[in-house]
Design a protein around this ligand. Structure first.
Ligand SMILES: *Cc1c(COP(=O)(O)O)cnc(C)c1O
Length: 270
């Protein structure tokens, strides 16, 4: 597996870096729709097509996102969506795969239950990735509330946006790619430099507010790292932090979070 760098604005896979990383051994491209921001899907689709590669998306952050008039899950050959308890739409655990080719869908189906083909036959080697009825029931319960949850999160994000816009260049909320209907899943904020991010994290923790440096540390700490090949990803990972975002969060609480960040930032040199 080879990593490729990301675009600085939306933190999604940079098509130019992908193309440069392709070798005769490459079989697939995997892009992540980071914080619900769509990858540059069309550019990646055209690279995949030109090189005869499969294109797979990690859509764990992107439930409900629409891009250029259609569901984000319609791009590429297949998308994976997580239903883990920390996600917008969840079933406590589990997830699902959406694939264009029905043969891929049926392969996923038998692979997730040990490779069984009926009671006394096997398709091939599989894993145990079945979802239980209990998880499905939980998923249905959340699904009933999903529109209300989305609209509540959208309101909360607007409060963050309005309040944080006053802090000028210290920090800014990440932009959303044009032509995207977002799902308001996260409140990612980019600090001007890492120390400001670390200081904001400490002062929030002192006030019993728990932000998350997400994604930090970067996966380049695993295995064979080539940090010189993805400077944008390393830089973003050092400076980004997600602020609390959940539907029962009150406007006053969001304002408090912003006030604490603002007071911390005051007087700091950039
Ligand atoms: C949560 C998450 C995953 C993993 O999902 P699981 O359901 O826990 O396997 C993968 N990618 C991203 C971007 C995620 O946020």
């Amino acid at each position: 597996m080879k990593f490729a760098d990301i675009e600085p604005d939306y933190l999604t896979l940079d098509p130019k870096a992908v193309e440069a990383a392709i070798s005769p051994k490459t079989e697939a491209i995997i892009g992540t729709h980071v914080f619900g921001n769509p990858c540059d899907c069309e550019a990646l689709e055209s690279i995949a097509k030109r090189h005869g590669l499969a294109l797979i998306f990690d859509a764990a952050h992107a439930f409900g996102v629409r891009y250029k008039g259609k569901s984000i899950l319609e791009y590429g050959d297949a998308s994976m969506v997580s239903l883990h308890a920390t996600k917008l739409m969840h079933a406590v655990e589990g997830g699902f795969v959406v694939a264009k080719d029905p043969a891929v869908s049926s392969k996923v189906e038998w692979m997730r239950r040990f490779g069984h083909n009926g009671h006394e036959a096997f398709h091939g080697a599989g894993i145990n990735a079945k979802m239980s009825e209990f998880h499905a029931a939980m998923g249905l319960c959340v699904l009933r509330h999903i529109s209300r949850l989305l609209s509540r999160r959208s309101d909360i994000l607007n409060v963050y946006r309005n309040n944080l816009s006053g802090y000028g260049t210290h920090c800014r909320m990440l932009d959303i790619r044009k032509e995207t209907v977002p799902n308001h899943a996260y409140a990612p904020v980019m600090w001007q430099r890492e120390q400001l991010c670390v200081d904001a994290q400490s002062v929030l923790l002192e006030n019993s507010i728990i932000p998350r440096r997400y994604f930090y540390p970067l996966l380049d700490c695993l295995g064979e790292a080539h940090p010189e090949k993805y400077p944008t990803a390393i830089d973003a990972s050092n400076r980004i932090m997600c602020l609390p975002l959940y539907d029962s969060l009150k406007v006053e609480q969001v304002e408090d979070v912003c006030l604490i960040i603002g007071q911390e930032a005051k007087g700091k040199t950039l």
